[in-house]
Design a binder for this molecule. Structure first.
Ligand code: 5GP
Length: 200
């Protein structure tokens, strides 16, 4: 069985990665959106095991020590990481897996799985990003300042990625990512081959 495709989606906090992923799932119900572990506190409405696995710094550090992560990073002062075994197992079973992670984590993933498809998402303008982060109403002023400063640094690293997508209209953005997945699956380098037929 062909191995699944590993995809990374990064972009500054507030760019709308989560919403785009939910939309993408409607177009590709068989896509696995990986659930990360984090030490940050849940936002209102977030569900443990669904949005994230929420855990303690002690438990997270124990897992780092046990080399349980495919990648991990400290983002906005909190730990975030992707479990190695779960992700690799899904790929082996032929499932396509999407990791919604930051740039530091994305670079670690590409080192370990070089044919990872790397997608970077940006907002249509800086003002749109500021508005989205502020409107969410879940961060303090200090957290907003920190996220914006980190967003600027993250956006500068878009050249590390294979695809750049501007998230202006949700449907279009999800459609573009869907198109990237379709195109990647047609690549000969990834093992796409003609069907077997009898030559006459
Ligand atoms: P948030 O706290 O807004 O959910 O996420 C903050 C940042 O952490 C986002 O840029 C998100 O992509 C990133 N992130 C979420 N999960 C992971 C992960 O497992 N690993 C890494 N490296 N970053 C993650």
């Amino acid at each position: 069985m062909a191995k699944g495709l590993l995809l990374v989606l990064s972009g500054p906090s507030g760019v709308g990665k989560g919403t785009v992923c939910q939309h993408l799932l409607k177009m590709r119900p068989d896509l696995v959106i990986s659930v990360s572990l984090t030490t940050r506190h849940p936002r209102p409405g977030e569900v443990d095991g669904c949005d994230y696995y929420f855990t303690t710094p002690e438990h997270f550090r124990k897992l780092i020590h046990e080399e349980a992560f495919l990648e991990w990073a400290k983002v906005h002062g909190e730990y975030y990481g992707t479990l190695k075994e779960t992700t690799l197992e899904q790929l082996e079973r032929g499932r396509d897996v999407l990791l919604e992670i930051d740039v530091q984590g994305a670079l670690q993933v590409r080192r370990q799985v070089p044919d990872t498809v790397m997608i970077f998402m940006v907002p249509p303008s800086w003002e749109a990003l500021v508005e989205r982060i502020c409107c969410r109403g879940t961060e303090s002023e200090e957290q907003i300042r920190r996220r914006l400063a980190e967003a600027e640094k993250e956006i500068a690293l878009y050249t590390e990625y294979d695809y750049l997508i501007v998230n202006d209209r949700l449907e279009e953005t999800a459609g573009l990512i869907n198109a990237v997945i379709t195109a990647e699956k047609c690549r000969v380098k990834r093992g796409a081959a003609p069907p077997c037929w009898e030559a006459n």
